[in-house]
Design a protein around this ligand. Sequence first.
Ligand SMILES: NC(=O)c1ccc[n+]([C@@H]2O[C@H](COP(=O)([O-])OP(=O)(O)OC[C@H]3O[C@@H](n4cnc5c(N)ncnc54)[C@H](OP(=O)(O)O)[C@@H]3O)[C@@H](O)[C@H]2O)c1
Length: 283
Amino acid sequence: MKNIRLNNGYEIPEIGLGTFRLTPDEAEHAVEFALKSGYRHIDTANVYMNEKAVGRGIKKSGVPREEIFLTSKVFPGYFKKIPQVVQDTLKRLDVEYLDLFLLHQPYGDIQKAWQDLEKEVEAGRIRSIGVSNFSEKDIDKLLTYAKIKPVLNQVECHPYHHQDALREHHQKLGIEIEAWYPLGSMNKDLMNEPLWEELSKKYNKSKVQIILRWHLQKGNILIPGTRKEDHILANKDIYDFELTQEEMDLIAQMDKGKKFLGWPHFLGKILIPMLRFNFDKQK
Ligand SMILES: NC(=O)c1ccc[n+]([C@@H]2O[C@H](COP(=O)([O-])OP(=O)(O)OC[C@H]3O[C@@H](n4cnc5c(N)ncnc54)[C@H](OP(=O)(O)O)[C@@H]3O)[C@@H](O)[C@H]2O)c1
């Protein structure tokens, strides 16, 4: 698995394991199995309610902490309490530091959260900081006061939503795109696109592997989510073939700018910062 060098010099493995919607038992097992089978990058979030399980999976894998790139995220309702949030997150994950901590949504007191995260970086509790679901405008605003530039923006990205304008904007700034929903969460229309069948036969790879390969060739960091051992293995087995430029061009025509998940901006702005969770209740 290859690494991508971030704008602060740290390296991130370009494929990680996503853990959204994994129960604690599923997350614990998937993380342990993924690390034992060569993954070195795990993505979780405070609101996935599985950080304790992710921490157990890391311990059970026996892989040294310093070999693992571990990401978590803070939700807007907690942006005003960053020092406490970081302390609690580290405790749940049972680790001394986070490789990457993201502002999960572009709502709430972003400036305060970012400036407090910068202090956490200075204190050594977090190595890199970034954002998720930010638009070009959100990033430009953040850069007016940021001392530390975000290393990446984790956004919905799949063959129905290429994020090319955002990618172009970020490239100039040295900010990476990390794709969430890299498989469009297995949306039926997307998976039934006839091109996948054709390419699947040509390369003797599954439809999922074709899509994940497309992400790598776009330059995305990707974190496919799965609870299954055979899928964990398949999702990293994409280095022995390469899509041609003509095939990349055909996939380019699929872009509909279609989001499968998200809030209308005005609703998100009001509702998301109000959400609270009982993080201590997780298994
Ligand atoms: N920042 C954000 O706002 C945000 C939002 C959503 C997600 N995320 C992150 O992004 C990660 C990826 O997104 P996601 O998990 O929601 O969607 P996804 O990766 O697009 O799709 C996950 C689905 O694909 C299936 N799958 C995975 N590998 C497969 C394979 N090789 N063959 C067949 N099916 C396969 C999984 O089922 P099985 O379990 O059966 O394999 C699951 O149903 C998340 O886990 C999370 O870490 C971030």
